[in-house]
Design a protein around this ligand. Structure first.
Ligand code: ADP
Length: 166
């Protein structure tokens, strides 16, 4: 049986924490689809296409990982792809309540879909895209937190943005 999982998220941008979950997931599943969803409650820094491109660059060495995007409901996307597993990462206890709400909702919408959680590596427990953006915005090094390609994209993005506000 071909076991495929969808790893959904905002990935604005992808961090070493996301990459850790994706890499470990790619050893368990035959294929992992990293799906960029635009979270309406968050103002994104990167466009969906830019986020996909970064995901593709940093997962290039993982042949069974693909990047995609969708702007609908996750359960509808999963059905459309014929996938019945959602892969999510869990950091601190604070993630738990949010993840439980989403999982319960998704289960209500489609009981066939199973959500699979992986605990983060301790070193990434407090790592989020928001923290990375905050640090990069004020020119702090994010070298340990994101892949090199993402660090470069952040530097470029904040240089462009500061130029725009001049
Ligand atoms: P969302 O906006 O849906 O929370 P994110 O891009 O923030 O999307 O996260 C996508 C997934 O990656 C979520 O399951 C989240 O818990 C997980 N994740 C984010 N950061 C980390 C990390 N540092 N370690 C492990 N999992 C993480």
């Amino acid at each position: 049986m071909n076991r495929v999982a969808i790893c959904p998220g905002s990935f604005d941008p992808i961090t070493n924490g996301h990459l850790d979950i994706i890499t470990r997931g790619s050893k368990i599943f035959d294929e992992v689809i990293v799906a960029v969803f635009n979270n309406q409650s968050k103002e994104p820094l990167f466009t969906v296409d830019e986020r996909i491109e970064l995901i593709e660059q940093v997962t290039n060495h993982l042949p069974n990982v693909v990047a995609d995007s969708n702007d609908g409901l996750l359960v509808d996307y999963a059905k459309e792809k014929g996938v019945d597993v959602i892969l999510r990462g869990l950091r601190a206890v604070s993630d738990f309540e949010y993840e439980m709400q989403i999982t319960s909702m998704n289960r209500k919408l489609n009981p066939e879909i199973e959500t699979f959680f992986m605990m983060t590596n301790n070193q990434y427990s407090f790592l989020s895209s928001s923290i990375v953006k905050e640090a990069a915005k004020y020119h702090s090094s994010v070298a340990d937190l994101v892949p090199k390609e993402v660090e470069e994209a952040l530097t470029q993005k904040y240089a462009e943005n500061s130029f725009k506000t001049l």
